[in-house]
Design a protein around this ligand. Structure first.
Ligand code: HEM
Ligand code: HEM
Length: 196
């Protein structure tokens, strides 16, 4: 088999180091190469909650400013304002739970042969996502509780940094799937979790 063909197959195979699998299928992935079902469920729950959190962000800004200035606010602003607090804290709980699950059960390995720059970039991105999703709700809570505008500004700034990390993360997932042709994207999809 030509060298380049071997390399390509090795990328597809996430299992047994050094073993070239002719027809690697996600169905054959062993448990330790999969995420837990809890982790996958929480991953996609967080995606949905985050999308909504950004959608109602503008109302939270109005709710926050209105509260400081003592203004009367319309029902939508008040509802979405409180919802922002509840959803933000739910995201905090969900990401903390994911982190606990990752520490308790481990995460699937990075694929064999992943270029060094790609694994470094992935690790930085993942660290950034965890850190921001843990710190942001706390900063939001403190700014809201104490009507602290400076911390509120940092919270808004952090939301932009989070967007940049999410964009990088999605680009990485798509690059894995379409460019490197690995199972990395497939194994985070619902239904691909550990069997036990
Ligand atoms: C990971 C969770 C969270 C995310 C991603 C998030 C994201 C955002 C976004 C996108 C905005 C609006 C930015 C803009 O339109 O300019 C915002 C504003 C705000 N959020 Fe959050 N938020 C989260 C959690 C929370 C929590 C738990 C609280 C409070 C308990 C909170 C309090 C606030 C406040 C007070 C503002 C207005 C800040 C200002 O206008 O200076 N956030 N947040
Ligand atoms: C929108 C907000 C998102 C956040 C905050 C987020 C966050 C995360 C986190 C924290 C991990 C775990 C990494 C680790 O523990 O090492 C992860 C894994 C993963 N995410 Fe996301 N994600 C988001 C959206 C997406 C989307 C839209 C996709 C697909 C296009 C995606 C694809 C993946 C993949 C493939 C993995 C597994 C990476 C691996 O096995 O190395 N994520 N995500």
């Amino acid at each position: 088999m030509p060298f380049y063909a071997k390399q390509r197959l090795r990328r597809i195979s996430l299992t047994a180091p050094g073993v070239v699998m002719i027809n690697s299928s996600i169905a054959n992935l062993p448990n330790e190469d999969r995420w837990t079902r809890l982790n996958i469920t929480l991953h996609w729950l967080i995606v949905v909650l985050l999308a909504f959190q950004f959608f109602i962000g503008e109302w939270m800004v109005a709710f926050f400013d209105g509260g400081i200035e003592g203004k009367t606010m319309d029902a939508l602003t008040v509802t979405f304002g409180y919802l922002h607090v509840v959803i933000g804290l739910s995201i905090f709980v969900a990401i903390a739970l994911r982190l606990w699950d990752r520490l308790a059960h481990g995460r699937p390995p990075h694929w064999e042969g992943e270029p060094n720059w790609a694994s470094v970039l992935a690790r930085i991105t993942h660290f950034g996502l965890y850190a921001l999703l843990l710190i942001m709700p706390l900063a939001g809570l403190v700014s809201w509780w104490f009507s602290n505008e400076w911390i509120g500004d940092q919270h808004v700034l952090a939301s932009n940094v989070l967007m940049a990390f999410v964009a990088l993360h999605i680009a990485g997932a798509l690059a894995n799937h379409f460019w490197f042709k690995t199972d990395v994207l497939r194994r985070i999809l619902p239904g691909q979790g550990r069997k036990t």
